[in-house]
Design a protein around this ligand. Sequence first.
Ligand SMILES: [Fe+2]
Length: 331
Amino acid sequence: MPSIASQALTDGGFGRRIAVDDGAAFVAAMEAAPERLPAALGEGHGLLVLTGLHAISDDPDLLVRLSRPFGKEVENYSLTTPRLNLVHTEIPQIFIVSNMPPMNFAPPERPDPPTTANGGLPLQFPHRRGWHTDQSFRRPPPDISLFYAVTPAPPGQGQTLYADGVAAYDTLPPALKARVENLQGLHVAPYRGYGEDSVLAGETPKPLDPRDGPQPQPVVRVHPETGKKALYLCEREQMDWVRGPFVGMEPGPHGDGARLLYEIMAHYTQPRFVYAHEWEAGDMVIYDNRSTIHTATWFDAEHHGRLMWRTTVWGNPGPLYEGEKRSWDAA
Ligand SMILES: [Fe+2]
């Protein structure tokens, strides 16, 4: 069996890295010992980087096989999204993130200014925007995402940033911790006119499909496997800025809810809690949506075609969601 010795990614203990030299053999070994990768993910507070998995690019089913140890169900996107141009034609569990046709996903804009004062990559909100946890506008929300680079952006571009929600919760000042303890965020699918910028611009929100939310979610989530508490919220496009961002607080981008969200997000995304992944072909990042947030960075999409594959694993959201009918099943 290939060794899965892992290295810590940050000084704060967030993330683990495993170097793989034979992707197909590695996947078979992980199927034979299905507890090992989830254990490594837990050790890294919900972030695990695997390198050298090039075999997946030639045999995409390996990505689905590697996803299965993480939970009951690997989402079949052909049943859950109307945007079939984003679904892999042979393996419907693979969601394609790419700026190339027919996906045509534009990368986010550059932060303003494009670097920090000392020339670094901006990490912290609100200089860095777009922080979210995948599909939080669904109840129950997903557990784990596996994100794989077939063709990454050029070096120094198109990084993915991850923030540690467990460490962020643990270090909240006591007064802030008390304010968020029983609070609920109101999450909505992006680009329907409910995001912060749309509301500020006075746009008329579009009618929502029931699969798009809005859905309330606890700001403090207890992880069903580790028992640890983590901050759980998004900003900008994935919160409902018409009725939220928080249930029971003054709504809108100028309200008390907005002020609190800015305060929590700036805390959550401090550089000491953030890992920036510089992608190489064959890399995979596995992240736990129950206890981390992430965001994408700009790349030169006019001159470079980036191709990434993602799977999503569902099935263990915790007792809070027990017995709920899924909001995101097609009607
Ligand atoms: Fe995402």
